[in-house]
Design a protein. Structure first.
Length: 207
């Protein structure tokens, strides 16, 4: 079943919320209580989950321990994904070192950079390699996801190199648009755009 991007985003939010409930020892919760606790829409929760089966009991709610593995499977997070980071500057290093990307379904297994000062450094459990060996590093590490934290001018080339090396998807932090290759989906994360959008909603003081 194909899932639309907005629905996919909401399912990820539901899963994260349910995991927090599980950590708090909550075993059962209604869509209304789930919505109130995490500022979601109860009607939307019921509608989204109904696409994948009957999970809750009317008047009772959802079993947290049962719904978590179901959503995990739907989102294809019931396996490990090996990640290679291209660009081991401040952002790349932070990404590779973050605990959230080194447990559960994602683990950063390799990183490359063109800066001689960074090549040879150890980050987590891997040694930063020269970016000229990106294809070799990607294949050797078995990475399926690439993360681009390079300057804008190098993003397109490195995306294409990752695709050539066999990655199945790329997360792009570079502030530029990339021409994608069929079969290698790309997700852009442009923090400046988010800040610019936020600025639009800030109260305007013309005094």
């Amino acid at each position: 079943m194909s899932i639309s991007p907005p629905t996919l985003n909401r399912l990820c939010l539901y899963l994260r919320s349910l995991k927090r409930l599980q950590e708090d020892g909550v075993q059962q919760i209604s869509s209304q209580k789930l919505a109130e606790r995490f500022h979601l829409s109860a009607a939307q929760i019921r509608k989204d989950l109904a696409h994948f089966g009957a999970f809750g009991v009317r008047g009772v709610g959802y079993q947290v321990d049962e719904l978590i593995p179901t959503l995990t499977s739907i989102l294809r997070l019931d396996r490990r994904y090996r990640v290679v980071v291209v660009g081991m500057g401040n952002l790349g290093r932070a990404f590779a070192s973050h605990p959230g990307f080194n447990r559960g379904p994602f683990v950063v297994v390799a990183g490359v950079d063109s800066d001689p000062a960074k090549i040879g450094e150890t980050v987590n459990d891997f040694v930063v390699r020269d970016s000229q060996f990106l294809e070799e590093v990607t294949r050797e590490s078995g990475a399926e996801i690439g993360v681009l934290t390079v300057p804008a001018h190098g993003a397109q080339e490195n995306y294409e190199r990752l695709a050539k090396a066999g990655v199945k998807g790329v997360l792009n932090f570079a502030p530029t648009r990339i021409r994608t290759i069929p079969g290698v989906p790309l997700k852009d994360v442009d923090l400046r755009i988010y800040l610019e959008e936020l600025a639009y909603y800030l109260p305007f003081d013309d005094s």
